[in-house]
Design a protein around this ligand. Sequence first.
Ligand code: ATP
Ligand code: MG
Length: 359
Amino acid sequence: MAILKVENLNKNFGKIRAIQKVSFEAPEGKVLSLLGPSGCGKTTTLRCIAGFENPDDGKIYLDNRDITNIPPEKRGIGMVFQNYALWPHMTVYGNLAFGLQIREISKEEINKRIKKVLEIVQLSGYEDRFPRQLSGGQQQRIAMARALVFEPEIMLLDEPLSNLDAKLREEMRFEFTEMQKKLGITAVYVTHDQAEALVISDKIVILDQGKIIQSGTPKEIYAHPINKFVAGFIAISSFMEGEIDSFIPEEKKVIIKTNDGLIIHGYNNNLSLGQKVAVTIRTNVIKFVEEKELDLQEKINIFRGKIIQASYLGNTIDYRIKIGRWEVRTNSDAKYNFRVGEEVFFYLPPEEIVITSLI
Ligand SMILES: Nc1ncnc2c1ncn2[C@@H]1O[C@H](COP(=O)(O)OP(=O)(O)OP(=O)(O)O)[C@@H](O)[C@H]1O
Ligand SMILES: [Mg+2]
């Protein structure tokens, strides 16, 4: 187990500023995820930590030991690559043994370690198979085993599940979490899949265009995204935009006026009058209200919209609703059976919508 600390990492490729002032600490025995869109610098960060890339600036510490200039094989770090990169002409045994043989570890020790890692990834007895004789999920597990066979202090994983189909990916998420907990190994896990990051992480670092935008626990980031980008990235959402029109101090509420004059009540203590804000509406917050109930409801945050699309998904229906100049999405109980073109009323609970600064 180890603590990884990254301080002010910069890496340019010619004019491309791949990462800028990236700093974070990966807690001992926990999973830290780097989450962000394609090209935001996730792989570059991992490659710097592993030692395959030299940062232009910054320091990397493993258990307070400065490893910034140590060669990769001496860092005590295991890496699982974005494509598994198993050697196709070698058996599972060959793939797992190769790096150890180079290090002149005894055959007896190699056999012992391979047996142990294959047990961990639940593929005991697969030593003689070639990668082409394995399913995608099994190849993925061998890639993990190949990193584990070095008995690393920490493990870096670059989108390890991205080549798998949706169902297998979900299963493997749980398997990875179980394995990581059992081994108690510190892991840095790269993904651009927000659901994956929420499920597996103890801490999430959100990157955009080479910079850290926010870091925190999954709950913190989900409940209190710092801006519209994070809010949109961490959950499927739709947005309205406007500015802070006034406050209700005794209720700790803010009142937002959208660009097209809609008034929305919500909560956020860190915004100032006139500030440009985004109202984030996640797919589960819209509550439909029947016209005859309207008088009974609070008058705030009730809106009239028009259904512009309805997608039947079995238990639920995905509606797109036009409201003013905005379009919002909701994933609703299939008991609502609205037709395209129909007018609907709905309520946005102030405590369930998320108000953030726009940038
Ligand atoms: N060897 C390289 N030479 C030049 N530019 C590079 C190199 N490696 C990465 N880049 C650039 O650096 C930026 C960050 O790339 P990186 O591979 O770290 O992104 P990523 O977040 O891993 O993306 P993805 O999710 O697509 O894998 C991108 O603009 C990329 O084009
Ligand atoms: Mg990448």
